[in-house]
Ligand binder design. Structure first.
Ligand code: PMP
Length: 418
């Protein structure tokens, strides 16, 4: 059945049109009156008025450096910066805001853990366990660490459908494993990993676990205490917040025992030429002037998400993903990559006879923004024998109508390029 004859409204109670209206970038037309269909949310999401206006208010009214001034603006900026930390702590159910450290993003959070906790924890002959579906930012820092200390990287494989082979965990979680680092949700496949099971299995043998939450924070309710994660990292820009800001959550005992990542202002207790002592977490890990408006904007994004009725949003997201999956699956010559039973927000696929890059470029001329390539997961793509995929990734503001535009665009792509 052609995609256009399918219903365009979904079946959930979430008012998606009212929600969409809060995102100015979604209201635009691209290439001569073509309304934009934005399906590149796994790369970065659009920003709502609430976040844009909060960051703007900081620059218009509160702009000042934090933690340093006795004057009014500095106090306002500090108050906003620290109150955002409290919002983010609530967003992930951290036990205390001091366990929420501002970073540049997921990548910096992972590098921070590798260079501090990792340096102390992992030694010669140890193993670091990753999975086959990790993003490069959850591979390369561990490889660099392994090279420095003489450790080995082990990789838990995935099935053809893109599910972690948990039944083989015993082969990989060995007495030499010093640390596990795993993505909560795959940015290429959309698979939701059983991270709680992995954490429980690792903790049973006293191995700490680092969770890459870049793709889960925008789509799943995250509870770091229920997960019992040792570290949980994510990026603001994928969850309606600003770019250049992210979060590292860590267990208190780890954060207190870890050495600082960078030295400089704002992270010290006392400095002399003989000796320097450090401030307590989180400031120990926040050297220098931070991304103040980013942190405040991320706090606004966390509040914005917490104001939503999350079960209704999730039902809507699941509906649109399932609908889009059926539309795309029905197109001749398309093969889906990643069909795990537990999935969120990502639809990856290939045309048998059209290069992903050509398809992506053609879709762009129809106003449809998707991503093509390896999505920073080259080992995973190698596992599937592919140079890349076409990836449509959804956010709460996407609709069945967007899925229909995608399916129509793919039909035209096949007609024109196939
Ligand atoms: N991990 C995953 C699973 C991701 O999807 C991404 C972003 N594509 C990252 C890590 C890196 O995030 P950032 O570039 O914001 O540091």
């Amino acid at each position: 059945m052609p995609a256009t004859t399918q219903p365009t409204s979904d079946t959930t109670s979430f008012d998606v049109e009212a929600f969409r209206a809060q995102f100015p970038a979604l209201q635009q037309e691209v290439y001569e009156d073509t309304p934009l269909v934005y399906l590149d949310n796994a790369a970065t999401s659009q920003k709502p008025d609430a976040v844009i206006e909060r960051a703007e208010r900081y620059y218009r009214r509160e702009n000042s450096n934090v933690h340093r001034g006795v004057h009014r603006l500095s106090q306002d900026a500090t108050e906003a910066y620290e109150s955002a930390r409290k919002s983010i702590a609530r967003f992930i159910n951290a036990p205390a805001p001091e366990q929420v450290i501002y970073t540049k993003g997921t990548t910096e959070g992972l590098n921070l853990v590798a260079n501090t906790f990792g340096q102390k924890r992992v030694g010669a002959g140890d193993e670091i366990l990753l999975t086959e579906m990790e993003h490069h930012s959850n591979i390369v820092p561990w490889q660099m660490l392994a090279e420095q200390v003489g450790a080995e990287i082990r990789v838990l494989p995935v099935t053809d459908r893109g599910v972690l082979q948990m039944d083989r965990l015993a082969e990989y979680l060995t007495e030499d494993t010093a640390l596990v680092a795993v993505t909560h949700v795959s940015n290429t496949l959309g698979t939701i990993n059983p991270v709680k099971d992995l954490i429980d299995a690792a903790h049973a043998v006293d191995v700490p676990v680092v969770v890459d939450g870049a793709q889960s924070a925008p789509h799943l309710p995250v509870d770091v205490q229920a997960l019992d994660a040792d570290f949980f990292v994510f990026s603001g820009h994928k969850m309606f917040g600003p770019t250049g800001i992210g979060i590292l959550y860590g267990k208190r005992e780890h954060l207190e025992a870890m050495p600082p990542y960078q030295g400089g202002g704002d992270m010290i207790d006392r400095v002399s030429f003989d000796e320097t002592t450090y401030d307590a977490p989180p400031h120990k890990f926040e050297a220098g002037t931070p991304h103040i408006e980013g942190a405040i904007g991320l706090g606004a994004a966390a509040e914005f998400i917490m104001d939503l009725e999350w079960s209704a949003v999730q039902a809507h997201e699941d509906d649109v993903l399932a609908y889009a999956t059926e539309q795309v699956r029905a197109i001749d010559g398309i093969r889906l990559i990643g069909t795990a039973p537990e999935k969120t927000s990502v639809l990856s696929f290939v045309f048998e006879d059209i290069h992903p890059y050509d398809a992506g470029t053609f879709l762009d001329r129809l106003g449809i923004a998707v991503r093509t390539g390896h999505h920073c997961t080259q080992p995973l793509l190698k596992r599937y024998g592919l140079p890349g995929t076409i990836r449509a990734s959804f956010a709460a503001y996407n609709t069945r109508a967007d899925a229909n535009r995608l399916a129509e665009g793919l039909h035209r792509t096949r007609e024109m390029l196939g």
